[in-house]
Design a protein around this ligand. Sequence first.
Ligand SMILES: Nc1ncnc2c1ncn2[C@@H]1O[C@H](COP(=O)(O)OP(=O)(O)OP(=O)(O)O)[C@@H](O)[C@H]1O
Length: 265
Amino acid sequence: MGNKEKVLSLQNLTMSYSGKNVLTGVNLDVYSGQIIGYIGPNGAGKSTTLKIMLGLINGYGGKVEIFGQDIAISDQSFKQKIGYVPENAEVYDTLTAMEYLTFIGELYGLNREKVEVKAERLLEEFGLHEVMHSRISSFSKGMRQKVLILSSLLHNPDLLFLDEPLSGLDANSVMIIKDLLEELANQGKTIFYSSHIMDVVEKISTRIVLLVNGQIAADGTFDELKEKSKEGSLEGIFNQLTGFDQHKHTAKKVVSIVMEDDDNA
Ligand SMILES: Nc1ncnc2c1ncn2[C@@H]1O[C@H](COP(=O)(O)OP(=O)(O)OP(=O)(O)O)[C@@H](O)[C@H]1O
């Protein structure tokens, strides 16, 4: 890792909800400039990990350090250096894109006039200049997602947490986001993102971390994981390491159940 700064450290992280163990001992050190693709089956605990790191969930076991501070006892100033794109965001639908971005910018303590100028330039880059004064309620899913991504970047964070950031984006926008994340990492920013879109994770992550049954089951570059598993794609590696080989069987079963109804009609 050279002399890169340790940005994030999870030490024996555990979490359970009403007696159900979700995280059972996650250990992970992340260094500046890394793009971590955090993957795992549905319900594996990815969003839970993200929310713990963001200080949105209490009651976890173990230790979380961000920028060298234990988040359980720090003064929360680390949050100023973090950006977050949640999986299911509550965007203020009645605001316009511009109002929303200036509102978020002001929450981060930025100067209003400066945020307005910055927001307008960013919206223009994302093809949203014409609709910047329209209410978000009139936006498509992809347009909302772009606004959310921009809102996470306004205050120039050093660490970005993204939960399924490509949701709803078209192919051109996905390419922009891929390049954007790469460029941010080149500037020394650290990106920690969770996604189910394996071909994108495969391409842009400098390190892939796979969570299975509340623990890290694989951690390395795509090439390292490929070498170990002898699978050609991240999708194949994912299926192998999560012990899943039932997709054809499940698909056939579902179709046969669907068609049974027709036969009896
Ligand atoms: N507030 C909560 N109360 C009770 N159980 C919860 C709560 N939040 C999450 N869980 C449970 O914890 C487990 C992990 O959920 P989490 O959302 O972290 O998974 P995930 O890996 O992000 O899944 P997905 O890929 O489907 O988004 C799931 O079984 C979920 O039902």
